[in-house]
Ligand binder design. Structure first.
Ligand SMILES: NC(=O)c1ccc[n+]([C@@H]2O[C@H](COP(=O)([O-])OP(=O)(O)OC[C@H]3O[C@@H](n4cnc5c(N)ncnc54)[C@H](OP(=O)(O)O)[C@@H]3O)[C@@H](O)[C@H]2O)c1
Length: 271
């Protein structure tokens, strides 16, 4: 069965819209870009569309590689800006950690600054990474996570690792296993899991024989194969498990959460 992520995204957007109206001013998101990567550009385009729909002001700042860090730092003190996003991938040779550390902590709506990531260790989700949060929101709609065996395949800083921490959070109480390219017997681990989250970046990586019947599967993958968008989960998995679709799954919840975070940032700054 396919999991209906559209409804989840829509309800997040409706609440965001209501919160925008209550703010009494128009919150603003600035996306800093130094890339010509087609999927990054398409994400910026969809941000513009979504911002318009939600009543949020939006600006793209195209900068040179030399300007990224200083631009991000300046945006920290610009009172007209509530949220700051920086588009990835970065040009080769740039220090990703330095760039992400320069995203102002209180405007870090994508949850990429090491300060916001570090707070996850303390179970504090002020600005958690949007994709990891999207996986959690979807799972919480589908099941009670307490005591569930969850396997996260992928250990990236943006998805796998923060997601593992969020699932472990007191109150959520999942039992989490994190797998990666050096994991031995991956199939045995995923097959014994109530929930599998796949963030690997390989089209149709998770096959039906790797999943327990009745499991919940979250497909984070975005892979373009012959110009067609495909997830990390083989479509046949849907015959035995509840699976998030690609497209129309985690991605749209992620974007909805980005804008929820813009409003959260605006509310916190107003205080
Ligand atoms: N929907 C969204 O909003 C969203 C957001 C972000 C990313 N994504 C997509 O999610 C996917 C993952 O993104 P990412 O940034 O987390 O990727 P990443 O940084 O490339 O990490 C991929 C992870 O997969 C692991 N891996 C690779 N081959 C494997 C194998 N054969 N068995 C087990 N693990 C394996 C890697 O292990 P090692 O660490 O050992 O190399 C790594 O930890 C991509 O398709 C990306 O486009 C989607």
């Amino acid at each position: 069965m396919w999991i209906d992520c559209k409804t989840i995204a829509r309800s997040i957007e409706e609440r965001t819209k209501e919160r925008v109206e209550k703010l009494g001013f128009t919150p603003k998101l600035v996306s800093v870009a130094c890339t010509d990567d087609p999927s990054a550009l398409s994400y910026l385009k969809s941000q513009r569309k979504k911002a318009e729909k939600l009543g949020i002001a939006f600006e793209i700042m195209n900068v040179s590689p030399e300007e990224i860090v200083s631009t991000l730092k300046k945006l920290g003190s610009d009172e007209s800006v509530n949220g700051v996003f920086v588009a990835r991938p970065f040009p080769l040779g740039l220090d990703e950690k330095e760039i992400l550390s320069s995203v102002p902590v209180e405007k870090d709506v994508e949850g990429v600054n090491p300060v916001n990531l570090g707070l996850l260790l303390y179970d504090e989700e002020i600005f958690p990474p949007c994709t990891a949060e999207a996986a959690v929101r979807i799972l919480e709609r589908e099941t009670n996570l307490s005591g569930k065996r969850v396997t996260v395949v992928g250990r990236s800083v943006t998805v796998g690792k923060p997601l593992a921490l969020m699932l472990l959070k007191k109150g959520r109480d999942a039992t989490v296993t994190v797998c990666h390219s050096r994991t031995v017997n991956l199939e045995e681990i995923t097959k014994n899991s109530d929930i599998v989250v796949v963030a690997v970046g390989r089209a149709h990586f998770l096959k039906k024989n790797m999943v327990k019947e009745g499991a919940i599967v979250i497909d984070v993958g975005i892979n373009y194969v012959d110009g067609k968008l495909q997830g990390d989960v083989d479509p046949s998995v849907e015959e035995i498990a509840r699976v998030t679709p690609v497209p129309g799954g985690v991605g749209q919840v992620t974007t909805a959460l980005l804008f929820e975070h813009v409003v959260r940032a605006a509310e916190r700054q107003r205080k």
